[in-house]
Design a protein around this ligand. Structure first.
Ligand code: 5GP
Ligand code: ZN
Length: 115
């Protein structure tokens, strides 16, 4: 998608600190981190949000997302203390970039409920 910043990051038209990459998935550090570890995981393919994730994409993509999370959790040393994975979806979900992404947050104690 032409005007999508995450598509541009996936295509390396916009720079970012990439920490994981396969043919389908890329992960990079959030530009405005809210925790010591704040990584965004996205499908390279433009999908607007979880609510636009079709069944065949779901079956294909989600195991790859979990593989990425698993590897990054190990790399960042988060397994023991814990971490949070969240996908803000739509307006009331707090989504500001309309390309499906998962935040991987760790390195500090999280609060619940989120704001
Ligand atoms: P959302 O609010 O949609 O759940 O998350 C979007 C996230 O993308 C925010 O945490 C924001 O800081 C991050 N972000 C927005 N623009 C950029 C960018 O150009 N580069 C990087 N690395 N992160 C971005
Ligand atoms: Zn996109």
């Amino acid at each position: 998608m032409d005007d999508c910043i995450f598509c541009k990051i996936a295509q390396k038209e916009l720079s970012s600190e990439v920490v994981y990459e396969t043919n389908e998935v890329i992960a990079f550090r959030d530009v405005a981190p809210v925790a010591p570890t704040h990584i965004l995981l996205i499908p390279k393919k433009h999908i607007q949000s979880l609510s636009q994730l079709e069944k065949n994409d779901r079956a294909d993509l989600m195991p790859k997302m979990y593989d990425a999370i698993d590897e990054l959790v190990k790399k960042e040393g988060l397994n023991e203390k814990g971490y949070r994975v969240v996908s803000n979806t739509g307006k009331e979900g707090g989504q500001t970039v309309n390309h499906l992404h998962f935040h991987l947050l760790g390195g500090r104690s999280m609060q619940w409920p989120p704001g």
